[in-house]
Design a protein around this ligand. Structure first.
Ligand SMILES: NC(=O)c1ccc[n+]([C@@H]2O[C@H](COP(=O)([O-])OP(=O)(O)OC[C@H]3O[C@@H](n4cnc5c(N)ncnc54)[C@H](O)[C@@H]3O)[C@@H](O)[C@H]2O)c1
Length: 262
């Protein structure tokens, strides 16, 4: 196969892609890769320093990016962001729901407030962004691709003190399949990526703060022999965002170096 044919399969030239949580980790790497595939990337995060850094990196690589401040825990903030994207760019082709939190709490010590916070960011925030993007994609009539960043923890326990998080991501998986089914007729594809352990700023901080009973996911227990890096997840997102996956919807793709089958 020629190089140009491969490039066209992954081409996002002129497409608008919005990535939440793009001020750090997996989201930043994904924003950079989608921009290098030709997308105009809306770099959305609560952390404006992180947003600026990602935008600069994209522009330094001759890509196109727009900064957006959003609190995924707040409906008004989400709706305003999508309205701004519509006013400025007139379309949205790709949505990557990546913003998420994973503070660890012992099951029996988990308060209703902490449970609600995790659900609010990870599950409700994902739903609200999907809702707003789907409305615009339906109105445009040009289809689209939504990629939800879930976790291997949505399928099985991988670390202690992770009950609320695993449940929130299990909800994301279900929402992925439901939306894939409901909006296929609009040519809106919805898929999820389920990372295993990935070395990011957030994961390193979480591991540091959660020494008590330690992570289960160690390199020695991963068949491919290493912890994941953000590019492993970004590459998979590019597949779901691009024409390479035009006939794929409703899928939950585990990207964990084989941990789940070990
Ligand atoms: N790193 C891992 O090992 C791992 C494994 C499985 C799944 N995931 C998932 O991948 C996604 C990204 O994780 P990461 O490791 O890159 O994390 P990270 O902490 O490095 O980055 C998360 C980003 O989300 C942003 N964010 C948090 N709350 C927000 C809010 N209310 N509004 C807007 N932005 C907000 C943060 O500012 C940050 O920039 C998360 O959904 C996480 O659950 C990560």
């Amino acid at each position: 196969m020629s190089t140009s044919k491969v490039a066209s399969v992954f081409d996002l030239d002129g497409r608008v892609a919005l990535v939440t949580g793009a001020g750090s980790g997996i989201g930043r790497e994904t924003a950079l890769l989608l921009a290098s595939a030709g997308a105009i990337v809306v770099v959305a995060d609560l952390n404006q320093d992180g947003v600026q850094k990602t935008v600069e990196q994209i522009e330094d690589a001759s890509g196109q990016a727009i900064a957006a401040q959003v609190d995924i825990g707040d409906e008004t903030s989400i709706v305003a962001m999508f309205e701004t994207v519509h006013a400025r760019l007139g379309r949205i082709d790709v949505l990557v729901n990546n913003a998420g939190i994973y503070p660890k709490t012992n099951f029996v010590d988990t308060s209703a407030e902490k449970w609600d916070l995790v659900m609010r960011i990870n599950l409700r925030g994902t739903f609200l962004c999907m809702r707003e993007a789907i409305k615009q994609m339906q109105a445009a009539g040009t289809g689209g691709s939504i990629i939800n960043i879930s976790s291997v923890a949505s399928l099985q326990p991988v670390i202690f003190d992770n009950g609320d998080y695993g449940a929130s991501k299990a909800g994301v998986n279900n929402l992925t399949k439901i939306a894939a089914f409901e909006f296929a007729a609009d040519r809106i594809r919805v898929n999820a990526v389920l990372p295993g352990g990935v070395m990011t700023e957030g994961a390193v901080a979480s591991a540091r703060d959660h020494q008590a009973r330690g992570p289960i996911m160690q390199p020695g227990r991963i068949p491919l022999g290493r912890i994941g890096v953000a590019a492993d997840i970004a590459n998979t997102v590019l597949f779901f965002a691009s024409p390479a996956s035009d006939y794929v919807t409703g899928q939950l793709l585990v990207v964990d170096g084989g941990f789940q089958v070990s």
